[in-house]
Write a protein that binds this ligand. Structure first.
Ligand SMILES: Nc1ncnc2c1ncn2[C@@H]1O[C@H](COP(=O)(O)OP(=O)(O)O)[C@@H](O)[C@H]1O
Ligand SMILES: [Mg+2]
Length: 219
């Protein structure tokens, strides 16, 4: 299928907590802007007023209650549907590039870990919610947990429902993301995130440059 040149490109950043997704998002947005590309930086869960409300409900459930993995999967997809309709699709249609900090792959990985939701169901729901709007490129940041432990602690804000899980949960998340890249090599790239941030950004830029070149805007 020929890519529509006038449509923006959709890039998602994935990986565990503290792997450097937010840091990389800003670095990539700056480089794209320097190449004359209009960029929208957004995140999941969240990105629209309703989806941000769902984010708060999912990550900081009231009265220390806990959601089941199935309830989490439904919440994330409800938020995603609103995010796609109101922000991502209009931006892409307007020719802007969208960089999203976490997206559907996080739901696949986090909500399937352990005795979570069956992958078949997660993928079926994802197909319906995303429809044509599968990311053009997904960069998966990967680093050993001991490399990200200090980074996780240095981040501002109260810890959320996922950050407080035990190490074996985070280890399973890491394995889940590596498996994702193995099963979808055309869309996903695994990046070694244990390197200094500027080296990670350089490696990521090499991947983005391919997308730019494909639309005749190579740097
Ligand atoms: N490659 C890196 N090497 C060292 N520190 C990093 C790197 N990338 C990010 N950091 C720092 O680690 C912390 C977490 O990074 P962040 O981008 O917020 O991670 P994430 O969004 O994946 O949770 C921040 O303080 C950030 O400055
Ligand atoms: Mg972040």
């Amino acid at each position: 299928m020929m890519a529509d040149i006038s449509r923006g490109r959709f890039i998602t950043l994935e990986g565990g907590e503290g792997t450097g997704k937010s840091t990389l998002q800003h670095a990539l947005a700056e480089r794209l802007a320097a190449n004359g590309i209009e960029v929208v930086e957004t995140r999941e869960p969240g990105g629209t007023p309703l989806a941000e409300s769902v984010r708060e409900l999912a990550l900081h459930p009231p009265r220390s209650e806990a959601w089941s993995p199935m309830a989490e999967a439904l919440l994330m997809n409800a938020a995603r549907s609103d995010h796609l309709d109101k922000l991502i699709r209009p931006a892409l249609a307007a020719g802007k590039w969208v960089i999203c900090d976490r997206f559907a792959d996080s739901t696949r990985v986090y909500q399937s870990v352990g005795a979570g939701v069956p992958m078949d169901f997660l993928k079926a729901m994802e197909r319906s919610v995303l429809a044509q709007d599968v990311p053009d490129l997904t960069l998966v940041l990967d680093a050993p947990l001991d490399a990200t432990a200090g980074r996780r602690k240095s981040r501002p804000g109260a810890s959320d429902a996922f950050e407080v899980r035990p190490d074996d949960f985070h280890q399973a998340v890491r394995t889940g993301f590596i498996e994702l890249v193995r099963t979808e090599p055309a869309r996903c790239r695994l990046l070694d995130a244990s390197r200094p941030a500027d080296e990670v950004a350089d490696a990521a830029w090499t991947e983005l440059d391919r997308l730019l070149a494909a639309r005749g805007q190579g740097a």
